[in-house]
Ligand binder design. Sequence first.
Ligand code: COA
Length: 193
Amino acid sequence: MEVSSYVTRPLSPDTWDDFARLVEANNGVWGGCWCMGFHPEGVGKGHTVSGNRLAKQAHVRNGTVHQILVYDGDECVGWCQYGSPVELPNINNPKAYAKGLGEVPDWRIGCIFTGSGHRRSGVARAAVGAALAAIRDAGGGLVEAYPEQVEGRPAQRGAYFHTGPADLFEEFGFERDRKIAKWRWVMRLRIRS
Ligand SMILES: CC(C)(COP(=O)(O)OP(=O)(O)OC[C@H]1O[C@@H](n2cnc3c(N)ncnc32)[C@H](O)[C@@H]1OP(=O)(O)O)[C@@H](O)C(=O)NCCC(=O)NCCS
């Protein structure tokens, strides 16, 4: 699938090595989370870097992860994770989230990541666009993202935007539903297949 000048592929046993190379080139991402934060196992206390890697690989083997990889030529340079709330139960600010929850979403956008040498070139835009296309192909439904507000605060390092900047989701038609932290929003988009 072509999105802008980048090619996208799903994370699968066939693309695991490409994903692993990108994670390893970026110090495991966040010091070794291996993009496990949204998965049921979570990260942090009691988890190790090698355990996170093994857990991610097991999800890939078992087909319990949805993640779009973005390629620049042969190199995997970024991703967008998505999935059902059962697949991705661990969102930030869960209490504030639960308080205002009306309709339960069909899909969540989890972590997005672009390798440090490839930022501000549209990689995340390509990743999110391809994730939304995959959701449409899978039947569509209500999609939630949990991005950070950009306006009204000083410029932030990319690391603060592991759930994406709100502006990026606005580009795709997401609307702000409610605030669940000082700078974090629940944003929603209904996709019809
Ligand atoms: C946030 C992040 C994913 C953005 O990726 P990217 O490929 O650089 O983003 P894009 O080039 O596709 O940007 C699309 C739009 O998002 C917004 N945006 C992207 N990075 C931004 C930043 N640092 N500050 C403000 N807005 C930003 C802009 O609106 C941008 O459009 P523009 O460049 O035309 O202004 C990237 O900085 C990153 O990976 N940060 C680390 C996140 C992380 O640690 N993830 C861990 C996951 S386990």
